[in-house]
Structure formats: structure tokens, C-alpha cells
Design a protein around this ligand. Structure first.
Ligand code: HEC
Length: 150
């Protein structure tokens, strides 16, 4: 439903652009969040709700100090080549009934419980802090609720 209306919106905009210059230079090259396309992957640019952006802004800088290699806690490696397959659709070690990331369901994703600090087992992440701010967690929630695409 959301996707369809977005497509319709873009279609409408494209049609209007031909007539009246819809966007007038302001919409072109921007993603659904109004941020420049591509910039989200750059750790120096703003974070977006895309997996690659979450990786470069959060997992790599804030998690891999612990979550990498053979000794990664709970076997969860969060480096760029392992994180997606170890998170999405994978049962957590702490609460096996919960997936680490349940596509479309951020509320029931253990990753979110750990980041927000209401996990049933163990500690809030990143262990020892500093913890992620609400906006950053919100983008991770958005990525999950949008289907947790790679
Ligand atoms: C200082 C080390 C350290 C850092 C940094 C750290 N973690 Fe952890 N993490 C642990 C330990 C130890 C555990 C196992 C105990 C527990 O669940 O609290 C764990 C467990 C987890 C689990 C539960 C896995 C499961 O299957 O039960 C998740 C999810 C997690 N971490 C995510 C993260 C994320 C995301 C980050 C970065 C934002 C992060 N961690 C940063 C040490 C760390």
C-alpha cells in the first residue's frame, strides 16, 4: 500500500515535471527521506534507513570491536560481510523465540530490544554505552519495518 502510493506519487511528479517542473530542482536526486541519494552510505554523511547506511554508521564503528571474529558474543558478527546474514531472520541466542531482526516487525526484533534497553536477557547494546540516540534507533526501526532489505 505504502509502496504503491509512493510509486504513484513519483509517477505524478514525473508527469508534472514534464509540464511544470515539479520539484523545481528540490526533489531530484533525493530519496524518500529527502536526503541526497547515495550519501547515506558515506559515514561522513547523514545516516538513512538503508542497510548499508546502518552498517557504516552504526555496526562497523560501534559494534565490531566486540562483535567480530570467532569470539563474537553469541556468535553474532556485525562486520560488513557477516552482519546481514547473522541478523535478518535469525533466532537470537538470548531469547530464541525472537528473531534478531524480524522483517516488518521492529517491535519484536531482539536487536531493537537490545538497542532500546528492554531486552529480557543480558545488557543494553552497545555494551557499556554510549547508547544510540532515539533518532538513530528510529532509522534502524524504519529499516526493519520496511522489510529489512539488503
Ligand atoms: C563491549 C563489547 C560489546 C559491544 C561494543 C557491543 N556488544 Fe552486543 N553483545 C556483547 C556481549 C558480551 C553480548 C552477550 C550478552 C548479552 O546478550 O548481553 C552481546 C549481545 C548482543 C546481542 C544479542 C545476540 C543474541 O543472539 O542474543 C545483540 C543483538 C547485540 N549484542 C547487538 C549489538 C549491537 C547492535 C552493537 C553495536 C551498536 C553491540 N552489540 C555492541 C558485547 C558487546
Amino acid at each position: 500500500m505504502r509502496k504503491a502510493s509512493k510509486v504513484m506519487l513519483y509517477g505524478l511528479c514525473a508527469a508534472l515535471a514534464a509540464i511544470a517542473g515539479c520539484g523545481g530542482g528540490s526533489g531530484e536526486g533525493l530519496d524518500a527521506n529527502g536526503r541526497p541519494i547515495g550519501e547515506g552510505d558515506d559515514p561522513a554523511g547523514p545516516m538513512t534507513a538503508k542497510f548499508s547506511s546502518i552498517q557504516s554508521h552504526v555496526f562497523t564503528p560501534a559494534c565490531t570491536a566486540c562483535h567480530s571474529g570467532a569470539a563474537a558474543p553469541r556468535g553474532l558478527r556485525l562486520d560488513a560481510s557477516n552482519s546481514f546474514v547473522m541478523l535478518v531472520g535469525v533466532s537470537s541466542g538470548g531469547v530464541p523465540a525472537l528473531k534478531r531482526v524480524a522483517p516488518g516487525d521492529a517491535d519484536n526484533s531482539y536487536l531493537i530490544h537490545k538497542l532500546e534497553g528492554h531486552q529480557a536477557v543480558g545488557a543494553r547494546m552497545p555494551l557499556g554505552g554510549p547508547y544510540l540516540d532515539a533518532q538513530t534507533i528510529g532509522l534502524i526501526r524504519q529499516w526493519i519495518n520496511n522489510g529489512a532489505q539488503k
